[in-house]
Design a protein around this ligand. Structure first.
Ligand code: HEC
Length: 155
């Protein structure tokens, strides 16, 4: 009897853990999760970003507005860290896809992406999801490139 309840517990435990991973048990569908090579693009729906050179002035201006409204409380445009890291140099530290995924999929990034997790260890605050649309996030990215000194069209 004791033996049975032990196995029952084990089964329940396995089921509870399996609940977090919808495709668990389907090994071929996700063969090397965990040993997958980190491509630096982060985790999320953004797999490729086309960059503008020179930058699009309208997108930069809109991105600046959004960041003043939704990001400036925690991020300076310099290298200075307040709650989150300063944005100076972020476009050279990170791939554009990583930045977009960080902004639009931050919960998963903080749980699964090694670089995001390292930041969390430093900053000790979980960046909250600011619920930006993909277009808004893309404009903020454009602004980050401008902040890092990339030429803007018409300037
Ligand atoms: C409440 C504070 C807070 C707000 C608001 C916030 N962030 Fe963050 N952000 C953080 C923290 C803290 C980190 C570091 C990772 C962590 O600990 O979660 C971070 C990290 C980042 C990073 C990675 C920086 C790097 O050096 O790699 C990017 C990019 C970023 N945030 C973008 C944004 C954008 C865009 C917005 C606004 C739409 C925003 N954040 C709003 C706190 C915030």
């Amino acid at each position: 009897m004791k033996k049975y309840s032990f196995f029952l517990l084990l089964t329940l435990f396995a089921l509870a853990c399996g609940g977090e991973k919808p495709e668990s048990g389907d090994k071929p569908a996700r063969p090397n999760r965990g040993v997958v090579v980190d491509d630096g693009k982060g985790v999320g729906e953004i797999t490729s970003v086309e960059l503008n050179n020179p930058l699009n002035a309208e997108m930069v201006a809109h991105g600046k507005e959004i960041s003043e409204l939704k990001c400036a409380a925690c991020h300076r445009l310099t290298a200075q860290r307040v709650v989150g890291p300063g944005w100076a140099g972020v476009t050279t530290r990170r791939k554009p896809e990583w930045i977009m995924n960080m902004v639009t999929n931050v919960e998963v990034m903080l749980d699964e992406d090694p670089a995001a997790q390292a930041l969390l260890k430093e900053c000790l605050t979980r960046m909250p999801n600011q619920n930006l649309t993909l277009d808004d996030a893309r404009d903020v990215l454009e602004f980050m490139y401008a902040n890092d000194g990339q030429p803007v069209a018409g300037n």
